[in-house]
Design a protein around this ligand. Structure first.
Ligand code: SF4
Length: 459
């Protein structure tokens, strides 16, 4: 066995639907002509000087320069408008407002599509200009202290940071009889090289090609695509990258699986169905998929340790945001003394690379991506996409090889961003990030600490 460092191969994979530019760039041409004439005389006809325009991103580097700007190149740094305020206007492109929905905002859609197309982390020109706090994941910050900078080379490969996660069963104690024979279940190691799986797509978007793309991309990434059993059987899709999602009424149909899958997921809690699945697939980790509204402790008391906890696509769960719900479950499992035995997968509300790290800080072991893979494939959200049973996402005609590469690009870029975060936090493996809430700051907590004693504060 030779050692291979895990690597995701990214390559450019062009959009099949034109993506609206982020900005509109307007130039008042007669003023530009007047200025060029002035510069010609001033520089004594030094053309390289006259034709050098201020945009380093190439917006004014087309054949006729600023007379026909190329807004696709503009990153919104605003340098041109600052240097030539009476000549250039750069505004947000209103065409983009139709992308996404109220949670998966146009900026986030744009970032995901760009990541899938280029396989590179998006560059934003002028840095971050938004608010430093807000709803959902924006109300949480990871600790990137100067003091831990020495570990920050992981993304460049000089120093290895592991993104592998363990998703198998791990009993709290090992018990043996006097003859040394194990009397209790032994740990069944099962790891993935990245803490990201693909979740079952929305019911109304369960396109056969999409299912094949998810399965093949998961296989190539050495992770898993959770797909409904009925769909897998109908399409004849299988292989190492597939984790069947089984409804309790479908237990008999699992006999038609060609081989034991790497992982199984039971859709909802049913004691009898769970025991039967465990009996039929004794070495396969069997996860129980539960909405975060259900208390997993009640199910854990039946011996279940592997959970996939779901929020809706807008990250709402149990009357609040998914981050808080995960923290409560994590804390309850710690209090019960079984957190080290349990594995928590989670999905819902994760639409950016940083969300993965934040969800893990809150207490997840790994995340399952639901709407993001479809957006990476240039699926268009139709109206508000809130949950798996009602969300409508219109997909373009997908070429399978194109789709697989887009998802590999997305996973590669998100892994790189996770490495950046881990490096900046001084962590050498993502397993240590799980539940590490002391390394995060929560806006609500900070505001309460700072303002609780001030009359009128409503925390
Ligand atoms: S805003 Fe920045 S990126 Fe856009 S055209 Fe002006 S200089 Fe170029």
């Amino acid at each position: 066995m030779s050692y291979h460092r895990y690597h995701i191969s990214c390559e450019k994979c062009a959009d099949v639907i034109r993506r609206p530019n982020r900005f509109r760039v307007r130039v008042i041409r007669w003023r530009l002509a007047r200025m060029l004439l002035h510069e010609l005389f001033h520089s004594r006809f030094n053309l390289p000087v006259v034709t050098s325009r201020p945009c380093v991103y190439g917006t004014f580097s087309g054949p006729v320069g600023g007379f026909a700007p190329r807004p696709s190149q503009c990153v919104g740094c605003l340098r041109c408008t600052i240097e030539y305020p009476d000549m250039v206007r750069v505004c947000p492109n209103p065409e983009r407002l139709g992308l996404g929905d109220s949670y998966f905002t146009p900026d986030k859609v744009d970032a995901v599509v760009q990541e899938a197309a280029t396989g590179q982390i998006p560059v934003r020109g002028a840095g971050y200009r938004g608010a430093f706090g807000g709803e959902g994941w924006d109300g949480m910050w990871t600790d990137m202290s100067e003091i831990v900078r020495p570990t920050r080379d992981g993304i460049h490969g000089r120093e290895f940071i592991s993104t592998a996660v363990d998703l198998g069963e791990r009993p709290g104690v090992l018990a043996f009889d006097p003859a040394g024979i194990p009397t209790a279940p032994l740990p069944r190691p099962f790891s993935l090289p990245i803490p990201m799986l693909f979740d079952a797509p929305p019911v109304l978007a369960e396109d056969p090609t999409l299912c094949r793309v998810l399965a093949e991309a998961a296989g190539r990434l050495q992770t898993l695509a959770i797909l409904p059993l009925s769909r897998l059987l109908a399409l004849g899709v299988g292989g190492s990258g597939v984790a069947p999602l089984v409804r309790p009424a479908e237990i008999e149909a699992t006999a038609r699986l060609a081989e034991a899958p790497a992982l199984l997921e039971l859709d909802g809690w049913d004691d009898g169905a769970y025991r039967e699945l465990k009996r039929r697939f004794p070495v396969t980790p069997v996860y129980v998929r539960l909405p975060l509204e259900r208390d997993p402790l009640l199910v854990a008391r039946s011996g279940v340790r592997l959970f996939h906890l779901t929020a809706d696509y807008h990250g709402r769960a149990a009357g609040g945001f998914v981050g808080g719900a995960i923290r409560r479950v994590h804390a309850a499992l710690v209090k019960e003394g079984i957190r080290e035995e349990a594995v928590l997968l989670g999905s819902g509300g994760i639409v950016a690379a940083a969300d993965v790290a934040k969800a893990i800080v809150c207490g997840l072991d790994a995340v399952a991506l639901d709407t993001v893979p479809l957006v990476a494939l240039q699926g268009r959200l139709e109206g508000e996409c809130r949950d798996r049973s009602t969300a409508r996402i219109a997909l373009p005609r997908i070429d399978q090889a194109w789709g697989v590469q887009r998802l590999c690009n997305l996973a590669g870029v998100w892994r790189d961003q996770l490495l950046e975060i881990l490096g900046a936090m001084g962590l050498r493996e993502v397993r240590r990030l799980r539940g590490e809430q002391g390394r995060a700051m929560f806006q609500a907590d900070l505001e309460r600490e700072a303002f609780a004693d001030i009359a009128g504060f409503e925390g």
